[in-house]
Design a protein around this ligand. Structure first.
Ligand code: PXP
Length: 249
């Protein structure tokens, strides 16, 4: 299928761990809305948050508050449960990224099983899409999983870059190839490709250089750097890396 490579790439900053710090003490600070505002002022195109079933960081009120304040796009990550889909359909974020969720995990480990959980994911996708929310599925760079995405009806996938991020040397290069192949395959199916998880100031450029990837969602590394340089500067530094990798001035 003919295609035009996309020169632009967008950054969604996942600010969950600002809320992690706040929840650690039950204080009103650090203020999530102030963080979101600084991230947007720095030039990020989206604010990403994950309302987890156990409410370990983002709280329900945060989701509504961010919706009210957000000037750019709001991307809500959620499990395909009745409760979460109901909240998303009430809040109407611009984007909803459906993720697998296990209570005991430290962070989202692995992508959705689009094949095994087909019916549940399709039902959630349909409910969200009916509300005009653009649905993205968080999946591994696995051709067999991606092959089923058009039947689910989601226009976007976010490729899980965790295995790439945790690897090094030749293994990391092999993971990068897997992500490139998955991106090509999805593009040929007419699916928009985003990527995220475990991306930091050292490993992001190679992913951002893949011309068909349209958006990166990055959280932990940006919030960690923000401790030393502030979240505005930490966001700007990541934007510089991804724009330079893409040849955008
Ligand atoms: N994308 C998705 C779908 C995620 O679940 C997460 C983690 O919440 C991220 C991106 C961001 O990952 P990290 O915090 O490792 O940058």
């Amino acid at each position: 299928m003919p295609h035009t490579p996309q020169p632009t790439i967008e950054l969604g900053v996942n600010i969950d761990h600002i809320a992690t710090l706040r929840q650690a003490r039950g204080t009103p600070y650090p203020d999530l809305l102030e963080a979101a505002s600084l991230v947007e002022q720095a030039g990020a195109q989206a604010i990403t948050i994950h309302l987890r079933e156990d409410r370990r960081h983002i709280q329900d009120k945060d989701v509504y508050d961010i919706r009210k304040q957000c000037q750019g796009r709001m991307n809500l990550e959620l499990a395909a449960t009745d409760e979460m889909v109901g909240i998303a359909c009430d809040v109407i974020p611009d984007d909803a990224c459906v993720v697998p969720e296990k209570r005991e995990e430290l962070t989202t480990e692995g992508g959705l099983d689009v094949i095994g959980q087909f019916k549940r994911i399709k039902e959630a996708t349909t409910r969200l899409a009916v509300q005009g929310i653009r649905v993205s599925l968080f999946i591994e760079p696995d051709i067999e999983q991606i092959r089923r995405v058009p039947d689910i009806g989601a226009p976007v996938i976010e490729l899980h870059t965790g295995t790439y991020a945790n690897a090094s040397g030749d293994q990391q290069l092999r993971e990068l190839e897997r992500i490139k192949d998955a991106t090509d395959f999805a593009r040929d199916l007419g699916i928009q490709v985003n990527a995220g998880h475990g991306l930091d100031y050292a490993n992001t450029a190679a992913i951002a250089a893949i011309a068909e990837i349209r958006e990166l969602n990055i959280g932990h590394s940006i919030v960690s750097r923000a401790i030393f340089v502030g979240i505005h500067r930490a966001t700007r530094q990541m934007l510089e890396i991804i724009n330079e990798a893409r040849g955008v001035k």
